[in-house]
Design a protein around this ligand. Structure first.
Ligand SMILES: C[S@@+](CC[C@H](N)C(=O)[O-])C[C@H]1O[C@@H](n2cnc3c(N)ncnc32)[C@H](O)[C@@H]1O
Length: 216
């Protein structure tokens, strides 16, 4: 009887978990991306592509700077890769640390190019790409950012660093010691800012941004 009670309680607790619990919980980084993509079909409602201002601005940046090849870091289920492809005809090299996400992306978008990669350790492999796109990934790689900038400086000189990133209207609980808004983020990045876009609606709790830097 007590065993059944324990099992029922555990199932109820598990059911109440959200995908956020696998990523950042109570201001602490968890980073169980494979488990998250196994348990949840559509984390961050990727299939509906929220944050449309910043996603569209990212595509405009690609077009304005005549970028021909893109390394998309943190591609998740691949919906933004598909959107970029539809707008620019570019097939991005889309990489994610989660093998589960990459398997799902390959099934959803078989015409695109996905690979399992930890960008904190394997970025140099992709030095032939014109543009490194960080696609809503910054919060998950904060401790590695400085080293990533060193790799970009060494191996991607003259290329572009494009960042689509949401910031919060006063409710950020994680990473506050790094930056809390676009201005602070721009100051943190050691490259030359060549384009920026910031957008929100009054009903939103977040601010969408897309910035592009020349790596020098
Ligand atoms: C918020 S999701 C963004 C998904 C998609 N780019 C979008 O905007 O809908 C962040 C993604 O970054 C991936 N990620 C986290 N750390 C990573 C790393 N070190 N290397 C590659 N991908 C990583 C996660 O697996 C996750 O799919």
């Amino acid at each position: 009887m007590s065993y059944v009670y324990f099992e029922t309680t555990k199932i109820m607790e598990d059911k109440q978990k959200t995908y956020h619990d696998y990523v950042i919980k109570d201001g602490k980084f968890i980073g169980k991306f494979d488990e998250m993509y196994t348990e949840f079909n559509d984390p961050w409602t990727q299939s509906t592509q929220p944050n449309k201002y910043s996603r569209m601005a990212g595509i405009v940046h690609i077009q304005n700077f005549n970028i021909k090849t893109v390394l998309e870091c943190g591609s998740g289920l691949g919906y933004y890769a598909d959107w970029i492809h539809r707008e620019t005809q570019i097939i991005p090299k889309s990489v994610d640390i989660s093998a589960v996400a990459i398997e799902k992306a390959k099934t959803l978008f078989p015409h695109l190019d996905f690979e399992v990669v930890d960008i904190c350790t394997e970025l140099s492999k992709f030095k032939d790409y014109d543009c490194v796109l960080f696609s809503e990934i910054i919060w998950y790689i904060l401790p590695d950012l400085k080293e990533i900038f060193n790799v970009l400086k060494k191996d991607f000189k003259g290329k572009y660093f494009l960042v689509n990133q949401v910031f919060y209207k006063g409710t950020q609980k994680y990473g506050n010691e790094y930056f809390t808004n676009l201005k602070e983020f721009i100051n943190y990045v050691p490259f030359t800012l060549v384009g920026q876009c910031e957008a929100t609606m009054d009903k939103d709790s977040t601010i969408e941004t897309s910035t592009i830097f020349k790596i020098d």
